[in-house]
Every structure is written in C-alpha cells, then in structure tokens.
Design a protein. Structure first.
Lengths: 111, 118
C-alpha cells in the first residue's frame, strides 16, 4: 500500500503571510496531484506534476515534485482568505490509474 | 460545463437500514471511483470501475457494501446494513480511459453524499 503523509495537518495564518505544506512518501509515484477541497464540496484539481524535480506555478501557488518522485510541496505566497480549505495531495502508481490520497492539510487564512 | 452528478446530497438513516447512493459520471469517462471521506481526513478509495468491470475493490467492506455499474455509465453504491461508523462523505469521481495521469488528465469529483447514520 502506497501511503502519503501530509504536514502540517492544520495551519492557521494571517492574510499576507507565506506558507508551505508538504506531501511525503516512501513510495515512488508516476505522478502526483494537488487538490483543494472546500467544506461540503468535492476536491478540485489544482495541478499535476509528472517529472522529478518539476516546478509548476499557478498564480500565487508554486508546486514542486521531488527529484525521486516520492515527495512534493505546495508553497503559497501572500495568502488570501479565499485560499482557506483542505489541501490534498494524491499519488498515482500502478497500472490501474489508482489515486491514493493523503489526509490533507487544513489551511485557515485569517483576515 | 460537464460535471459528475451525485444524489442524494444528504442522507440520514438509522443503523441497520439499507442506503444507496447514485453517481452519473461525465459522459465518455470510462473510469469511475467511489471514495469515502471521514471528516477531517483524505478520501479513501472504496471501489474503482473501468467501464462496467471492477478493477479495485480491495478496501470495500464486502460484507455490507456493494457497488455496480451495469452498463458502464452510472453507478450505485449500497450499504446494508448501515452502521454508525459508516457516517461520512461518499464521493464519486470519474476520469478518461487509457490515459496515464499527466498534465491533461484529472479525476473530476462530484459534490458527494453526506451520510449520517443514527
């Protein structure tokens, strides 16, 4: 079983601050996805990273895939209250396109 | 914009009763997933279909849970009998067939069914 550990589990910051959340595993993944989920809704895909060492930027969000494809990080610059939500990483491995999710980081950005 | 439809949105049932959830994936998506998400945790895969065939149900409690996708389109997840510990959000997702997870591939999630067993 491929496990993904996310840290921190909870994060509460003030608007305008920067933050980084992490997703780590002992397993190698073919690709890794980051999702954001708001209360009562399903997760929504933010980005997919495929290549080891890859860095992708989505406005104020920067995603990095580790060289060994076992870990990833999400950095948010100048956080806004609208960034509040549960950030989930999900790794894909094997022949069945199975996605394994981490437990998530619950981010609260206070005004 | 195409989306994954799930119903009902909310369900309250008494323990030992039967309950069923329905999912209609995005048209043309061959892969369908049912996930269970306990409050504050990440989604846990229950069952994965490729067309009408089950490709992974290793985490499905088969003594009380069943899932089907008879025509390879919409799907039903059933729990009988429901237990208090089944209270959770049940999410359905779909994705295109035959693609490795790349820049243009994603799993689209429905809004989920929030189940409360009392």
């Amino acid at each position: 079983t491929q496990l993904l550990e996310q840290s921190p589990q909870f994060l509460s910051i003030q608007e305008g601050e920067n933050l980084t959340v992490y997703c780590n595993s002992s397993s190698v993944f073919s690709s890794l996805q980051w999702y954001r989920q708001e209360p009562g809704e399903g997760p929504v895909l933010l980005v997919t990273v495929v290549t080891g060492g890859e860095v992708k930027k989505l406005k104020r969000l920067t995603f990095q895939f580790g060289d060994a494809r076992k870990d990833s990080s999400l950095h948010i610059t100048a956080a806004q209250t609208g960034d509040t939500g549960l950030y989930l990483c999900a790794g894909e491995g094997g022949s069945n396109y199975k996605l394994t999710f981490g437990k998530g980081t619950l981010l609260t950005v206070n005004p | 914009e195409a989306e994954v439809a799930q119903s009902p949105r909310y369900k309250i049932t008494e323990k030992s009763q039967a309950v069923a959830f329905w999912c209609d994936p995005i048209s043309g998506h061959a892969t369908l997933y049912w996930y269970r998400q306990i409050l504050g945790q990440g989604p846990e895969l229950l069952v994965q279909f490729q067309d009408e065939s089950v490709v992974d149900d290793s985490q499905l409690p088969k003594d009380r849970f069943s899932a089907e996708r008879l025509k390879g389109v919409d799907s039903t997840l059933k729990i009988q009998p429901a237990e208090l510990g089944d209270s959770a959000m049940y999410l359905c997702a779909s994705s295109r067939e035959g693609m490795v997870w790349g820049d243009n591939t994603e799993a689209f999630f429905g809004q989920g069914t929030r189940l409360t067993v009392v």
